[in-house]
Design a protein around this ligand. Structure first.
Ligand code: DLZ
Length: 161
């Protein structure tokens, strides 16, 4: 099966984000990749109506810290959705597995503990090339996908409130 393009979505499927407020927590590890994810996420939020002043960006050292960074945002800011951006690249030791498990479980738990969506915008790749392909390369940008997911989930919550 072909890899989906992360920047493509059905026309009309993304609600207006004009009245929404977003948090983005981004990992500085593999910053050349996460910088592109951040750029994609911010541009996509703005493209769908979010204003710059309603996008709060905070940096953390590595993907393992995304969970707590996102929790800080949920505690100290009034937000409709929080996007977590990171890039974990497999190395020679099992460290990759532990970081991926930690951040995956952490973000899942935040989704259950808080009544706002936390979006998993973390690339987990076998090498740098795969990460480049998914951060503005031939497979699109995971940051775009995370932003669209954040808007859709925030709209879903508003609809159900
Ligand atoms: C330590 C580490 C390693 C080896 N690899 C990555 C990675 O590929 N991507 C990432 O986001 N973070 C990595 N880290 C850092 C951890 O996420 C975390 O910041 C440290 O283990 C904290 O000491």
């Amino acid at each position: 099966m072909a890899t989906a393009n992360l920047s493509e979505y059905a026309p009309g499927s993304v609600p207006d984000a004009g009245k929404m407020r977003f948090g983005i927590v981004v990992s500085d590890w593999n910053h050349q990749i996460t910088g592109s994810l951040l750029k994609g996420a911010v541009e996509t939020l703005k493209k769908h109506g979010a204003s710059e002043s309603n996008i709060i960006v905070k940096h953390v050292p590595g993907s393992f810290e995304l969970t707590l960074g996102a929790q800080f945002l949920a505690e100290y800011e009034d937000l409709d959705a929080i996007i977590c951006l990171g890039c974990v690249i497999q190395g020679e030791t099992p460290h990759f597995t532990y970081i991926c498990q930690g951040v995956t479980h952490g973000i899942t738990q935040l989704n259950l503990d808080y009544n706002i969506p936390f979006i998993f915008g973390v690339l987990t790749t076998l090498n740098l090339e795969q990460a480049e392909e998914r951060s503005g390369g031939k497979h699109g940008n995971k940051g775009d996908e995370a932003a669209v997911t954040a808007i859709r989930m925030a709209a879903l919550q508003r609809e159900m409130e």
